[in-house]
Ligand binder design. Structure first.
Ligand SMILES: *[C@@H]1O[C@H](CO)[C@@H](O)[C@H](O)[C@H]1NC(C)=O
Length: 311
């Protein structure tokens, strides 16, 4: 029996979204535009909230944190994808792949917890308005944000602990443009059936659980509002519909990547594009452009910036 059971695969090859060169150029230009907008849009939200004291409230602090997370989430995969498309060199080192998986899961799980915190914030604001500032104190916000990150790190650490002992000796092609656990595990030289199940169940339970919890809490808020006065319902609905849209767009692709039952039809990698290039763009758009206070603050900030440049 050989004891040389260390991994011999030192890098992985991404098959990417398409292997036709014109299609790659098309994807490259769309993704570049989308990524630049994600960076600018999310930075704008974070800076506006930080620099405008009118926006120093729990809802906007959570929103600014969500923007930062979204920005990091795209940055873990998109720049690498763009450089691969540009250079045609589609490889990632073994360590790079593991680091990408780790950060991706930290950010994904933290973002889910942050969305729960945002739902909690809306619940308190709409259903317990008189106690809003008591319950959502600055300390509470810091704990929610801190808790989200801690949860993300623990979740991701668990996921990697399960796969840390795997060895890779055979094929090293990943049919996607980034590393994630379902594809990673399949390449290991071992019978990974049980492991696939554990990892899928872990991510599946976290994402499905959060998804149902969020939908349930938004329903609950709407029903509570509706019982009190049906005229307030339309206002609450317009606020919450933004939240619900983000939740559906964020979780849909995630759930498909982990739960997709037929591997022969690779829709999962195309849906993953939504999570990295569309949802992070929609967050600032949906939450911000429909919001009067936010628009006012941005106008003020931009006029301050312009007058600063004239000096
Ligand atoms: C994130 O949330 C914390 C806690 O409320 C807040 O202090 C911080 O300013 C937020 N981050 C940003 C970028 O607004």
């Amino acid at each position: 029996m050989s004891i040389t059971n260390y991994s011999v695969v030192s890098e992985f090859v991404f098959l990417g979204l398409s292997n036709s060169r014109p299609m790659q150029h098309f994807i490259l230009s769309c993704s570049t535009i989308s990524y630049i907008s994600i960076v600018l849009g999310n930075l704008l939200v974070a800076l506006t909230v930080t620099f405008d004291s009118h926006l120093h409230s729990p809802m906007y602090f959570l929103l600014a944190n969500l923007s930062i997370m979204d920005l990091c989430f795209s940055t873990v995969t998109v720049p690498k994808m763009l450089s691969d498309l540009y250079s045609g060199k589609n490889t990632i080192s073994f360590q790079g792949c593991v680091i990408q998986i780790f950060i991706l899961h930290v950010l994904g799980a933290s973002e889910m917890m942050l969305l729960i915190a945002m739902a909690l914030d809306r619940y308190v604001a709409i259903c317990k308005p008189l106690n809003y500032l008591n319950i959502m104190s600055p300390w509470m916000c810091i704990w929610l944000v801190f808790g989200a990150w801690v949860f993300g790190i623990i979740h991701s650490g668990f996921q990697l602990a399960f796969v840390a002992h795997l060895h890779f000796c055979g094929p090293n092609e990943i049919d996607s443009f980034y590393c994630d656990l379902p594809w990673f595990i399949k390449l290991a030289c071992a019978d990974t059936y049980k492991l696939e199940f554990i990892v899928t169940a872990n991510s599946g339970i976290v994402s499905m659980g959060t998804f149902f919890l969020l939908n349930f809490s938004y329903m609950f808020i709407l029903v509570t509002v509706w019982k009190h006065s049906s005229s307030a319902l339309s206002k609450a609905f317009s606020t919450l519909s933004a939240h619900i849209t983000v939740v559906v767009l964020f979780f849909g692709p995630c759930i498909v990547v982990y739960m997709w039952p037929c591997p022969t039809v690779p829709v999962d990698k195309f849906l993953a594009v939504l999570d990295f290039l569309i949802t992070p763009l929609l967050n600032p758009a949906i939450y911000t452009l429909r919001n009067k206070d936010m628009k006012k603050a941005m106008r003020k900030l931009s006029s301050q910036f312009l007058s600063l440049r004239k000096i």
